[in-house]
Design a protein around this ligand. Sequence first.
Ligand SMILES: Nc1nc2c(ncn2[C@@H]2O[C@H](COP(=O)(O)OP(=O)(O)OP(=O)(O)O)[C@@H](O)[C@H]2O)c(=O)[nH]1
Length: 388
Amino acid sequence: MNAWLLRLESWFRQQRDITACLIASALPLPLYFIFLLMPFLAMADDEYKGIYNWEVVPFTQTIVLLSSFVLSGVAVFSWSRRTSNEDYPWLCLVTVTVMFFAVTALGLGYGYKDSPLMLLSLGMVLLVRALFKPDVYKPISVVMGLLFVCSEIGFWTNTVPYAPMLQSPIFVGEALDAWWAFWLRMIYSMIAFPMLVIFFVLGYFMQREKKELEQMVVTDSLTGISNRSHFMAMLDMESSRHERKQQPLCVLMCDVDNFKRVNDTWGHPAGDEVLRAVGRILKQSTRSAGDVVARFGGEEFVVLLPNTRLAQAEAIAEKIRRYMSHHIFGEGENSFQVTISIGAVQVNDGDGESAVKAADDNLYRAKKAGRDRVVASLVHRHGSLECV
Ligand SMILES: Nc1nc2c(ncn2[C@@H]2O[C@H](COP(=O)(O)OP(=O)(O)OP(=O)(O)O)[C@@H](O)[C@H]2O)c(=O)[nH]1
């Protein structure tokens, strides 16, 4: 089921005008057919003949018939071009306009409130909203919306007859007669089922997109690890917990040594690969639950180690440093190695931001001392460092 929905979603994302027109024109055709058929069947039966107002029926039937012809033409044309990647703005406009026009004619003819036409109109709006770009349906939606409002005002002020197609509205406060009971059940189920499917599928897409967006907001696109803003949020949270529960908290600030030289010598793509590898190594060297590994910017990375003492953090930093210095990038003649410098701090009673600053100071010390090393210290609330 999930695979099927994923395939549908990928189709939906690369959806073309021609597919949208094909679905929108073919899907409502059976319903239009039923609305065309109903008066003819009623006409053939003495018992039900009186249901319709025969002066208005030809007018509505003509509109529905013409719309069905146009939509059938659109469906045939779209089917013949179903593999085309071209844009068909005019075809979209024709499809949407005719659909809305026919449904409005039916809505005005049968009345919106006492018939399935409100449900049908909502179904159409939903379908059109899901399949077409706003430019296509905005103008016609405004026109149809205005028509709807004007007709409602007309009904309330008794200047426009309500449900002029019928001698009396479908629901008149009595039990439905057999005629309407059959057709209403038929029409409702034909509208409700596609609507249910559309709601379900759209809900699924929306949920997935929400998850993807949430993920994008917290992720660094190059390395796939957390980004700076997510790190800062986690730092804030962990700092408060650290203060509340008196648990040790450590921060590592890591920077690839002479990274500019990597870019200059091996090219930007190789530099990017180094950054991705650093992200992977940092992830592999820390706990998957609780620890936060993030790209702080450029070739600088940061690690948050909750519930970790400075000695443990220093050991983790040393493991990362050693791993990096042994890692070989590229192949054969084009292989090269890089080193990393790390500043580590333990926050005993200070806030997170001063810890990051202190870790950066330690990193600077590591660089000054010759790179490829770890410098660690405790940090206090006033920001002073106590080197170990
Ligand atoms: N490939 C790649 N390079 C980047 C990216 N972000 C920043 N850089 C490069 O990283 C380099 C950082 O250089 P510097 O700040 O001089 O630092 P360094 O060469 O690592 O020297 P030290 O930090 O002193 O060891 C610059 O050349 C940036 O262009 C990135 O996303 N991809």
